[in-house]
Ligand binder design. Structure first.
Ligand SMILES: *Cc1c(COP(=O)(O)O)cnc(C)c1O
Length: 401
């Protein structure tokens, strides 16, 4: 490729306008940088957007998940059903409380937790300890407490199947909606299905506060507990130096919330701009052999977080990694979303009872590839990426044959 034609296309880029700058500056001028009115406003606007009664802003999505795990009372040696094809925080939040993730395999088409795997696990590996008693994992003897579905890449999990299973087996549901702000399952926004849900505002997410997260729930006492845990265990209305329980400093400042408010004002535009970029990729890659495009089943509305393609069966991990190297040589940002959590170095110590062989998870982690994706991506940038792939991929397959 001639050097003159080279472009730099980042993997992601935040979308910040004058409005964000104005609101942030107004907080800086106000003198109240934390525990002020912007936090309350951001929480109220966010709750109303998702359609939940309560929203609690936190310092990160990870902090939001941790508080929910604690708030649900999930503790030492207890198990939660989730997936390994995710960002590490969705499993770490369990380890913080000495609970254990049970990784179930994904549906290879949606890349989300496969409800049939949940059903199989509950039917074959679990035992009810007396009427209304604990649900026991027969293999480990531990108690199974909850399901933690991750709406991966902004695609909602099959909540129509997951919720009845949770109800039948008496399990709590915590949605990891960190990648899925605005996504819908049968016309209902994600974040309203579980007992609680978590969102995140890192700069690559659909809405950013720099760093930040949010818990949403309709459960009044859980909301109250999470507010206290977020604020060093203080109860509402109590004095600054009275700590009712073991808490954390997981607060989000007014500076961050002002940024979030400006983003929320234009959330519909931000989401539809991402949709436009996704459509441009669809057109540009539709007829490219070897590429499987992101799939959205009927009844689901994806919120475009990343644009992840999957290379087909002719590609193994080595070839996918070659493709990434060559994209980067052309100035194109890309990432192997996701290496499976259960293969992360820290997770090797956990016993195989936490996960089976997870063939679909491992295959997806070898073949998936995130392309540059952000609301401000221009047509020529998308075209440049598509043309680069069209040039790189055929050579790879050739080399493999
Ligand atoms: C981004 C993300 C989180 C939270 O990330 P933070 O960086 O802590 O805000 C959690 N789970 C998933 C699946 C995510 O993508």
């Amino acid at each position: 490729m001639p050097v003159l034609d080279r472009m730099l296309v980042p993997l992601s880029k935040p979308d910040i306008t004058q409005r964000e700058i104005e609101l942030v500056v107004s907080v800086l001028k106000s003198g109240q940088l934390s525990l002020g009115p912007r936090v309350v406003e951001f929480e109220e606007q966010f709750a109303s957007f998702v359609g939940a009664r309560h929203a609690i802003a936190t310092s990160s999505g990870t902090a939001a998940l941790h508080l929910c795990v604690r708030g649900f009372g999930i503790g030492s040696e207890e198990e939660v059903l989730t997936t390994s094809f995710s960002f590490v925080a969705s499993a770490n939040c369990l380890l913080y409380e000495r609970a254990l993730p049970i990784f179930l395999d994904i549906d290879p088409q949606t890349l989300n937790i496969d409800p049939r795997e949940i059903e199989r696990f509950l039917e074959q590996r679990c035992l009810r300890n007396g009427h209304g008693g604990r649900l026991i994992d027969k293999l480990t003897g531990r108690t199974v407490k909850a399901i933690l579905p991750v709406h991966v890449f902004g695609l909602p999990c099959d909540m129509g199947c997951i919720l009845p299973l949770a109800r039948d087996y008496g399990l709590d549901v915590l949605e990891d909606a960190c990648e899925a702000l605005g996504a819908e399952c049968n016309g209902r926004r994600v974040g309203t299905f579980g007992r609680a849900a978590c969102f995140a505002f890192y700069p690559n997410k659909q809405v950013t506060t720099g760093e930040g997260g949010m818990i949403v729930t309709n459960d009044h006492s859980l909301a109250k507990l999470c507010r206290s845990l977020r604020n060093q265990g203080r109860d509402e209305g109590c004095s600054w130096l009275r700590h009712q329980r073991l808490g954390y400093n997981y607060r989000l400042s007014d500076v961050h919330c002002a940024l979030g408010l400006a983003q929320l004002e234009r959330v519909d535009d931000l989401l539809s701009a991402r949709e436009t970029v996704a459509a441009a990729y669809h057109r540009g890659l539709a007829r490219l052999p070897g590429v499987v495009l992101p799939f959205t089943p009927p009844g689901l509305k994806r919120s475009w977080f990343v644009y992840v393609i999957r290379l087909d069966g002719k590609f193994d991990k080595r070839l996918r990694d070659n493709v990434m190297t060559q994209l980067r040589e052309r100035g194109i940002g890309c990432q192997a979303y996701f290496p499976p959590i259960h293969r992360q170095p820290y997770y090797r110590q956990f016993s195989a009872s936490c996960f089976g062989s997870l063939p679909h998870t491992v295959a997806a982690s070898h073949q998936c590839l995130a392309l540059p994706f952000f609301s401000g991506a221009a047509e020529p940038q998308v075209r440049y990426v598509c043309e680069a792939l069209a040039e790189i991929l055929p050579k790879q397959v050739c080399r493999a044959a």
